[in-house]
Design a protein. Structure first.
Ligand code: ADP
Ligand code: MG
Length: 263
């Protein structure tokens, strides 16, 4: 038999791939308020292991708050959030456990400016995982090579382009061997010519089977890798569908309006 051409293989065999996958994250009737402001309203979401979800929606709709609740950067006030079988409560030990398993990449990179690229990558493995320095450095170099910047390892973040800094941020997360990766608009602070290098890194992660929740308005990325696209508005998940159905036949007027503005 001829070997299958990987470029021609469909990425989205979601239905078969995910059918028997265990649950990675579940949110049940999650509600959150900032003071009197009701920011998340009865959010229900089940993410399967290996699933790639793109979250989009207007500014202020609660996208960042939603993903920040998943690693407890924000606290929800009602409902249940379970990550890899661990329920998020006030138990600090469990929060630590979850933060080790969940990597997060922010819009503004959030690298430590006074540490080199390599030190940014080894800090958490050494201090949180108690990994020997040499081992942490070897792992960091492996991930810096994967994001194609091994030669920047001894520079400081300020000496790198935005796209390079964001790839360092991704490599830094991967050094903790996360089971789930959260991305909050990872390309929206970048100059246009740097967006692709970051998206390519994310596509690579998706191809390796990482469970990913990505807040992004990069709809090409959504079409290419998402198993599901979720549209949020005013703190609610308004729509959740395969990328094909989402773009071809959005169900709600609010989704249609949003897509007409960004596409
Ligand atoms: P998105 O990421 O979709 O733009 P956010 O989750 O950042 O939305 O914010 C949702 C709403 O909550 C916005 O109206 C925002 O102003 C408000 N908000 C976000 N963070 C806070 C906070 N720490 N305190 C009070 N209000 C907040
Ligand atoms: Mg946001």
């Amino acid at each position: 038999l001829p070997e299958a051409d990987p470029d021609l293989a469909p990425r989205n065999t979601s239905a078969t791939r995910l059918a028997s996958a265990p649950t990675a994250v579940s949110l049940e009737r999650v509600n959150k308020w900032y003071g009197a402001f009701h920011v998340l309203r009865d959010v229900d979401l089940t993410v399967r292991k290996g699933e790639r979800i793109v979250i989009c929606g207007p500014s202020g709709s609660g996208k960042s708050t939603l993903i920040r609740c998943i690693n407890r950067l924000e606290e929800h006030q009602a409902g249940r959030i379970v990550v890899d079988g661990i329920e998020l409560t006030n138990d600090l030990k469990r929060i630590d456990e979850i933060r080790r398993e969940v990597g997060m990449v922010f819009q503004h990179f959030n690298l430590f400016p006074h540490l080199t690229v390599l030190e940014n990558c080894t800090l958490a493995p050494i201090w949180v995982k108690k990994m020997p320095k040499a081992e942490a450095e070897a792992i960091a170099m492996r991930y810096l090579t994967r994001v194609k910047i091994p030669n920047q390892a001894h520079k400081y973040p300020g000496q790198l382009s935005g796209g390079q800094q964001q790839r360092v941020a991704i490599a830094r997360s991967l050094c903790m061997a996360p089971k789930i990766m959260l991305f909050d608009e990872p390309t929206s602070a970048l100059d246009p010519e740097m967006v692709k290098e970051v998206l390519d890194t994310m596509v690579g992660l998706a191809d390796e089977g990482m469970t990913m929740l990505c807040v992004t308005h990069e709809m090409g990325f959504a079409r290419q890798v998402a198993d599901r696209v979720i549209f949020m508005d005013e703190g609610q998940i308004v729509e959740s569908n395969t990328p094909d159905a989402f773009f071809r036949a959005p169900q709600h007027e609010r989704t249609r309006l949003f897509l007409s503005q960004i596409l």
